[in-house]
Ligand binder design. Structure first.
Ligand SMILES: [Fe+2]
Length: 165
């Protein structure tokens, strides 16, 4: 499976930025897990895992170029970086284009047209909720707004540190 090589190359890409490295590894793990629990077909799972690995690829460039890396800037800068990163892996061309699309829309919750997009949103939010110490109320709002898989909703509730309080 090409994901092992992609993960190694993504770790190298982040040049020792352990926040970025830890973030993408966690998003990958949640995406893979939710995809598995949801029963994705193998092509969709493969697309989702590749997208999760590369989803924040534009962050270093955006921080350098603009001094920040908000969603709109990432969506603007990601496409050529994703294509260049994926070029050694011989993925089918339509899969590369779907990964590019997903990375360019991973801050967009409207118009979600597939489980790969849905699960990438859920996995990224799960990790951001933990990293940003979101409240149960913030989790609940997100859950209602764009969590749709049973596995994603279940993980969001289980991950909440205040759930047992
Ligand atoms: Fe992210």
């Amino acid at each position: 499976m090409e994901t092992a090589g992609m993960i190694r190359d993504m770790v190298a890409f982040y040049k020792g930025n352990t926040h970025d490295i830890n973030h993408f590894l966690k998003v990958y793990a949640y995406a893979r897990t939710i995809g598995g629990l949801t029963g994705l077909d193998s092509g969709t799972q493969r697309t989702l895992e590749a997208a999760a690995i590369v989803h924040d690829i534009a962050c270093p460039l955006c921080r350098e170029k603009y001094g920040r890396a908000d969603g709109a800037l990432q969506e603007k800068e990601s496409a050529p970086l994703v294509r260049a990163f994926l070029s050694p892996y011989s993925l089918p061309a339509e899969m590369v284009e779907r990964v590019v699309f997903l990375v360019c829309h991973h801050h967009t919750v409207a118009g979600v047209d597939g489980l790969d997009w849905r699960i990438l949103l859920e996995a990224d939010f799960l990790v951001n909720a933990e990293e940003c110490r979101m409240t149960s109320q913030q989790r609940q709002s997100a859950c209602e707004a764009f969590f749709r898989t049973e596995a994603g909703k279940e993980l969001l509730a289980m991950e909440d540190p205040s759930a047992d309080a």
